[in-house]
Write a protein that binds this ligand. Sequence first.
Ligand SMILES: [Zn+2]
Length: 102
Amino acid sequence: MKKYVCPHCGEATISPIKKAFAGNQKAKGVVCPNCGKRCTNGMQSTVFHTITDFIMLVAVVIMYIKLDLSTMPILAVMLVTFIVNKLFDILFFPLVPSLRID
Ligand SMILES: [Zn+2]
């Protein structure tokens, strides 16, 4: 499986699964096995998540008003949003160095 290039050392060390859970620049991110430094998904990822989360929120509110108080469709929408966010993190956004120092 294709690995992603670490922004610190330039080696392709980050697996797609790790990248999906690397979070945004305020998150802990993932540690590169080659150089030991942290990397996360960048600003585009954060902006994208903000947009998808907003769309999800609107969808959930609309469903909540229109449907009987069934939670299944709402959970489905939240799950789809989660998966879309992770997929976009994996496929489209570059890794960047983590901003956290701890
Ligand atoms: Zn590295």
